[in-house]
Design a protein around this ligand. Sequence first.
Ligand code: PGA
Length: 272
Amino acid sequence: MSLSPERSDLASPKAKTAGKARTPLLAGNWKMCKTIPEALSLVDELKASCSGLPDREILVCPPATSLESVSRAVRGSFLRLGAQNLHWESEGAFTGEISGRMLASIGCAYVIVGHSERRQYFSETDAVVQKKIHAAYREGLVPILCVGETLEEREKGLASDVAARQIRQGLSGLGPENFSKLVVAYEPVWAIGTGRTASPAQAQEIHAVIRGLLSELYGGKAADGTRLLYGGSIKPDNIDSLMAQPDIDGGLVGGASLKAPDFARIVKYESR
Ligand code: PGA
């Protein structure tokens, strides 16, 4: 049985919130956490605690082993489904890998590409990330391209340069037609899983740089329509001030997405 949803519907920004013309996207990256029963029980809790928010998109990215079960569980609900990684080929002799085609066939609408943990622990280079971005589009998945600097790079004043390099190289060869759907996540490596969040001002500064670069590369309209997420130790107590920034359109949430009450509070952010 094919679980493919109407992906154009799933992925398209469909509503607006005050002050921003882009539909906020709150995404949970479960990383290598949750067995199938645990994943299903979290989905049940999220369905109960995050409903009734039609002006924003809510996405869960479980590990590959749970994708099919979660796909069935979220079908027909407001929850969207994404994967955490993909291979750049559609099929072939790549032991242990999973292709975008396979992800699309079980109902994924999104895929995280170039997460810093993949760059750091699995040697993903900008060239690999670029191939994966192309593969995501080819298979009808919306890529969430992750960029961000290490602490050492920030201390050397290179934060903007690193994000710009990762974006230029990751997106190289892409046509402007893909831009209505691209999502970029700025995730400073020093803030991921450390409890150390970028301040709203630090995050906004890099988000503005990223939007400026997208405008230079693909035009103002494409840049204005692209959702830019912040990621790195998002918690219930810092989401409101992050979402109040003009260029922050959502969050990619790791640790705090594993507990339904925390993720529900994040999803119900109040931007003042
Ligand atoms: P964190 O992870 O929220 O646990 O810092 C974010 C991410 O890696 O996407």
